[in-house]
Design a binder for this molecule. Structure first.
Ligand SMILES: Cc1ncc(COP(=O)(O)O)c(C=O)c1O
Length: 354
């Protein structure tokens, strides 16, 4: 497919890199492509970043038939721009599309279009430590129609946002609250797809956790409310005895690329790692017997997020003395060193852009 470029008349002023937050600033250009049943995916173009004009009846706005992704472009010390396992994000987007009855995109073409967009926007990739350019590929159903069915037309776009260090005060452990009243997703639902409804479903529990002084919610499974699934919008890991353990993928857990990277690196280094069901009772018992050494979240935004405290009902447990444990530290350093080109890339995960 051909990729057209429409030049902007005026470019924006670049932000102060020391004051970048998350997801509020956007670059000069975006990628757009449309789908119609008679044309398939067509009109691929890079054009100035601009609001979308949508009919108020647009199906996505009513029924959330859509999907999205989140990945980052990193600037290395020598000034190159690189991506971390981007093929995995486009493969997951296509899996989300299949679940949401959306026509799949050509993943190889989407990656080439993203690389071209990044080449044009390379001046927006920040260079301060731990900053990056966040990439949000987004898919929406665009039929103007109020009946519930699969849309016939779609828009796929990619926008870019320079983002700051995830931990302004350093790599500090967070406090998390186990929620019994709400679930994020259920098996057979859309939990393993990266689709907007899952995030809408998570907001109330997140707000309640914040009101109670906790940073994130620890989600239990939606069927028995017994097995641990995810933390906030990250996958979760435990170090029990000397084994790294994470819940097995079961249909309601998002298959995170950071999760997969931790597992693959652990296998590469011959660290003991297991994917299995872990009940909240098992965790509490492991803590009581001194076997629960570390807990951490894993996701693109924070990479590794250590957990220092868990509240479950009336019980409050402190993990690793409220400090960052050695396993979280090791994996955080290894993955960020690969992403920023500071260390070896033993599994060939980096894709160079420029
Ligand atoms: C619900 C949820 N779980 C886990 C993750 C972690 O996935 P990844 O490591 O691919 O960013 C994310 C973020 O994308 C998420 O939204």
């Amino acid at each position: 497919m051909e990729l057209t470029v429409i030049e902007a008349e005026k470019l924006k002023k670049k932000p102060d890199e020391s004051k970048l937050g998350f997801g509020a600033l956007f670059t000069d250009y975006m990628f757009n492509m449309d789908y119609a049943p008679d044309k398939g995916w067509h009109s691929a173009r890079i054009e100035p970043y601009a609001p979308l004009a949508l009919d108020p009846s647009t199906m996505f706005l009513h029924y959330a038939q859509g999907a999205f992704e989140g990945l980052k472009a990193y600037r290395t010390e020598s000034g190159n721009i690189q991506l971390f396992r981007p093929q995995e994000n486009f493969a997951r987007l296509n899996r989300s599309c299949r679940r949401l009855c959306i026509p799949e995109i050509d993943a190889a073409f989407a990656l080439e279009a993203l690389k071209q967009l990044l080449k044009m926007e390379k001046g927006w990739v920040p260079s301060e430590p731990e900053t990056s350019l966040y990439i949000r590929p987004t898919m929406i159903a665009t039929d103007p129609y109020l009946g519930v069915r699969a849309s016939h037309t779609y828009r796929f776009y990619i926008i870019l946002s320079p983002v700051g260090a995830y931990y302004p005060e350093g790599f500090n452990p967070v406090k998390i609250l186990v929620t019994h009243d709400y679930v994020r997703a259920v098996r057979g639902g859309v939990g393993e797809a990266k689709t907007p409804g899952n995030y809408a479903a998570s907001i109330l529990a997140g707000e309640k956790a914040h009101e109670a002084g906790y940073t994130q919610v620890l989600w239990l499974d939606g069927v028995e409310r017994k097995y641990v699934e995810e933390v906030g919008s990250m996958n979760i890991f435990f170090v029990i005895d000397d084994q790294i353990v994470t819940p097995e993928l079961n249909g309601s857990i998002l298959p995170g690329i950071t999760r997969d990277s931790v597992i693959k690196l652990a296998k590469h280094w011959k660290d003991s790692v297991a994917e299995r069901k872990i009940s909240i009772d098992e965790l509490m018992q492991a803590h009581a017997s001194g076997k629960l050494k570390e807990v951490f979240g894993a996701g693109t935004a924070a990479v590794i997020s250590p957990v220092g405290e868990i509240k479950y009902g009336d019980q409050v447990i402190t993990i690793s003395g409220g400090k960052v444990g050695p396993v979280a530290q090791k994996y955080y350093k290894a993955i960020t060193d690969i992403q920023y080109g500071k260390g070896e890339d033993p599994l060939g995960w980096i894709v160079q852009v420029v």
